[in-house]
Design a protein around this ligand. Sequence first.
Ligand code: DGY
Length: 323
Amino acid sequence: MKPKVLVTRGLPEPVMEFLRENFQLSVNPRERAFTREEFLAAARGMEGILPLLTERIDGEALDAAGPGLKIVANYAVGYNNIDLDAATARGVAVSNTPGVLTDTTADLAMALILAVARRVPEGDRLCRTGGFPGWSPQFMLGADVHHKTLGLVGLGRVGRAVARRAAGFDMELIYAPHGACPAGGVDPESGARCLPLAEVLARADFLSLHVPLTPETRHLLGAAELALMKPGAFLINTARGEVVDEAALARALASGRLGGAGLDVYENEPRVHPGLVSLDNVVLLPHVGSATVETRVAMGKKAADNLVALLLRGQRPPDCLNP
Ligand code: DGY
């Protein structure tokens, strides 16, 4: 008898095919995410759940699945949607999808840096609406990216991948670590110089966030931190919206204190703060950091590998997050 697995949203077909071959699948048939009630009902009796980052996996959800639940294989590298302690207390393994979306997300962070500095969406909008008046010396001036300072907040897999790309633009690299600075004060892999957060904020022309969302990083960039940023600097967020106090960011942008922002994530997704929507110096994307065909397939395969390891082979999942 194949183990019962709930997939909370249809995934790319090669992933679904693999999952169907190996598990007794229950798949959300709707063209939308489960409501909480639908999810709790669908989870009942499952041995494995493959949820999205939008599904809250807490004690209630784990209990709804029941004592047969062995693994939650998140379809994301971030796992702030899962109460890891509650899962561990119930003997449920939790896994994520590290590595496979690193470069894709870093590409998007770089795209946001370029788009906001060079006003790409604004120019596109102008051309489409007949607003291109012809070449002119003072028309649509942006900011250079090359030879500027990139400040990375967090230097994990994605942060380092952004650093590699930025090095190609001759950017100076500095970072505020998620933990302590390495001996010598320079990250040996990227060459980025490690500095306290306040110094990174004060020096960076572009500040890019790459920390996971935890109670400690929630509103890591609040009004006080935004006020420390270099005047005219740009903020890029491809991590989690809650790392930034969005209302404070909207104020800092509207006042002209910051040069702009490139955002892929929001505090209350899918809602985007109205104070951001009304500004031209903000590039807004709908949480698509990992959204390429190749990467969404790779994420599905990784989640499936974790399910296979535990449910079919009785092994610890390769990306197990429990202590
Ligand atoms: C993640 O994996 O955490 C991204 O936010 C979505 O792919």
